[in-house]
Design a protein around this ligand. Structure first.
Ligand code: GCW
Length: 689
């Protein structure tokens, strides 16, 4: 990567001399099995990484060397005797697809390192893992690493509209995919595949789930008419082949978002009724066509009956009918349909909808359908309690959908780490199988997994805000190992991205970790409120500025109080949780403060446990959020001269804007609370609107 930022794959010279000497001893010579596309990618990666890390040119052998003091070997035991002789076969045979071993071994008197796995994809992950260890300066003379991914599917959802090149909720410029020039490839695709594979992502949905209506005018008016569903047209499908083979080298399978009405839009049928034979036949033929071109195609993602997208309801069918009709078409090819649970319906309280719609359908979905569920019941708000669907459909393959892009958390301007939010959800105990059934323990089946809505675009630094690179990194790492602590993930990201210096690592880690709660405070006042944002027409204003007056139904502010009654006597959402969660959230006394107004509508002067009133706590939190961002800005400023100028300035300038924005949120929200409650801030800070 030279034209664009290297993100966490910088591969800078190892600073410590002893470490460097030990790395050189085991890695200056390397041998990678010569066979698959994945092994080609590994060799390329070593050629990129080792000269930087070791500050000398490595020697890549055509066969395991016998005349050197040490070397690195990458391959399966079947690929080379050296590996079969130095690692017991059973240790490798046991590994899940994607799992790997990295071991220090002595072979023929030489100090070697072995990266081995049962599949070539595992070799890719093992190699990136070793390079990560070298990048963060871990000792390697006594390595014995065994890793397997927690979830079989770790997918990225691009919300990119091909040709049009917009990215819905993307804040890093245009889509990196230049569909017009496909099947020609840009070097950027390879860099993207490397970034994704380095954190274990193994599937990518290339286009937006909204397959009709691009959201705004593009730079090229000729493409404004293009809609995502057109990707299923035969002439477009051929364009996929180049990308598919590029991603294949990195163990990443491509998928497409498809429109439910494709048989009518792409084909010439006059219905898309999922129970009609010719509709099912149309899907089969389309799938055959795709798999002819891309044999390892992953399958389809569908947003149906949601926000204007077509769906089975158009034909009085349900989601099972819809999903299964498409799924049957990819069965012969080992493909899968990811069917989103983000649907609207008759309920006034959207939180109720997904569980209400999907839970009764448990057990009816085909084996190759995965129901993809957003982390919370509403819509990626800064904080939501975990969705009640987790653990509620034991007979259905489920996927957890997280938003990497910062739609509701400051977009491309605010430094907001989503990792603590994801951890909160992953750690939530669903009680699905008694006490100790956290969300992270679900999704363990072959057809299950974790999905992230991507955040990259054409910007030099990929993610708009430099620090937002950490969200992409953290998504992959958490999807690989949800039990790894947030701190460990962030620290390793900082070390690879910035520097090894302990103070830099501490500072950036602290900024990222405290950023989320700060954002919740100034954007919502805490206490579980949501939807305080503007829903403007202008794309970049949309969901960025404060405007609580637009959503009274979502936060429930009125003269008598604030919050939404989701108890049994309200919308009933809380009853979708298992006990004792339902009871705990359902009672004002035991509901955690962070979710209080999500579940309860309370008088403005309701007293919290410490005697503070609800409205006063909201004021206090809004002010605290701004102070916290100011503090985080100071922390960043302490790095001046110690982080390269380009990145230092970029982040410092955004922090100035974030502080100004946070003040704006605080002022709008506190004025709104004051106006509705009629109760002034007892500390005299909140102004009138
Ligand atoms: O949060 C909302 C976004 C929409 C998005 C939708 C979804 C892709 O505002 O832009 O559409 O969620 O998840 O489908």
């Amino acid at each position: 990567m030279n034209q664009y930022d290297d993100c966490w794959l910088r591969y800078e010279r190892v600073a410590d001399d002893d470490r460097l000497a030990s790395y050189r001893r085991r890695c200056r010579h390397a041998y990678v099995a010569e066979k698959s596309p994945e092994c080609g990618a590994i060799r390329d990666e070593l050629r990129r990484a080792l000269p930087g890390l070791l500050a000398e040119k490595p020697h890549l052998w055509q066969h395991p060397p016998t005349t050197v003091d040490g070397f690195l070997a990458v391959g399966t035991p079947d690929d080379m005797a050296m590996i079969a002789e130095s690692v017991p076969g059973d240790d490798v045979a046991d590994l899940e697809d994607g799992g790997f071993l990295v071991r220090s071994v002595t072979w023929n008197g030489a100090d070697c390192l072995v990266v081995t796995a049962s599949t070539d994809r595992g070799l890719v992950y093992g190699t990136f893992h070793l390079l990560r260890l070298l990048s963060v300066g871990e000792p390697i003379d006594d390595l014995d690493v065994r890793e397997e991914p927690a979830y079989a599917n770790r997918l990225l959802n691009q919300w990119d509209t091909p040709f049009h090149r917009s990215v819905e909720r993307g804040y890093a410029g245009e889509s990196i995919f230049d569909w017009e020039r496909l099947p020609d490839l840009r070097s950027r695709y390879e860099d993207y595949a490397r970034l994704l594979a380095s954190v274990g992502i193994n599937g990518i949905v290339l286009n937006n789930v909204n397959t009709t209506k691009p959201p705004r005018a593009s730079a090229n008016a000729a493409f404004d008419a293009f809609e995502g569903w057109q990707l299923l047209e035969s002439r477009r499908l051929e364009d996929l082949t180049g990308l598919a083979s590029l991603f294949r080298r990195y163990g990443i399978r491509p998928y497409l978002s498809v429109n439910f009405a494709s048989p009518m839009l792409v084909g010439d049928l006059d219905t898309a009724d999922p129970l009609e034979d010719d509709v099912q036949e149309w899907w089969r033929e389309k799938a055959d066509e795709i798999y002819d071109l891309v044999p390892d195609f992953g399958g389809f993602l569908v947003k149906a009956d949601s926000e204007g997208q077509a769906g089975p309801y158009d034909y009085d069918r349900d989601h099972v009918d819809g999903a299964n009709a498409i799924a049957q078409a990819v069965v012969p090819h080992g493909g899968r349909v990811w069917w989103r649970a983000f649907v609207y319906g008759s309920h006034e309280d959207r939180a109720v909808q997904a569980h209400d719609t999907f839970e009764p359908l448990d057990g009816e979905f085909a084996d190759n359908v995965t129901v993809q569920i957003k982390n919370g019941p509403v819509d990626f708000q800064p904080r939501e309690p975990a969705s009640t669907l987790f653990g509620a459909m034991p007979k259905t393959d489920l996927g957890l959908e997280l938003q990497i892009t910062q739609e509701y958390t400051g977009q491309g301007v605010h430094a907001t780490s989503h990792l603590p939010m994801w951890k909160e959800v992953l750690e939530f105990d669903t009680r699905a199988d008694g006490e100790g059934t956290p969300v992270s323990s679900l999704f363990r089946g072959d057809g299950e997994g974790v999905v992230g809505v991507g955040n990259v675009g054409e910007d030099y630094n990929w993610t708009g805000h430099y620090l937002s690179q950490s969200n992409l990194y953290a998504f992959g790492r958490a999807a690989w190992d949800p039990d790894r602590s947030a701190e460990a993930i962030t620290r390793e990201w900082v070390r690879q991205t910035f520097d090894d210096d302990e103070d830099i690592v501490d500072t950036v880690t602290e900024i990222l970790h405290d950023s989320w709660e700060a954002c919740i405070d100034y954007e919502t006042g805490g206490l579980g409120l949501m939807h305080m944002m503007h829903n403007g027409e202008e794309y970049l204003e949309n969901h960025y500025y404060p405007s609580p007056a637009e959503w009274p139904g979502y936060h429930g502010a009125s003269e008598d109080g604030i919050g939404v009654d989701r108890t049994e006597s309200g919308s009933g959402y809380v009853t979708q949780y298992r006990e004792p969660v339902a009871e705990r959230y359902g009672s004002v006394e035991t509901c955690p403060e962070k979710f209080l107004l999500f579940f309860h509508h309370l008088p403005w002067d309701h007293e919290l446990e410490d005697g503070t009133t609800v409205v006063q706590r909201l004021y206090d939190n809004c002010f605290a959020g701004v102070e916290e961002v100011e503090r985080l800005r100071e922390r960043w400023r302490s790095l001046e001269g110690r982080v390269d100028e380009r990145r230092y300035r970029h982040v410092a300038e955004r922090f100035d804007e974030q502080v100004a924005q946070a003040e704006r949120w605080r002022d709008v929200l506190t004025a709104y609370f004051r106006e509705h409650s009629g109760i002034p801030d007892e500390r005299g800070r909140a102004r009138d609107g």
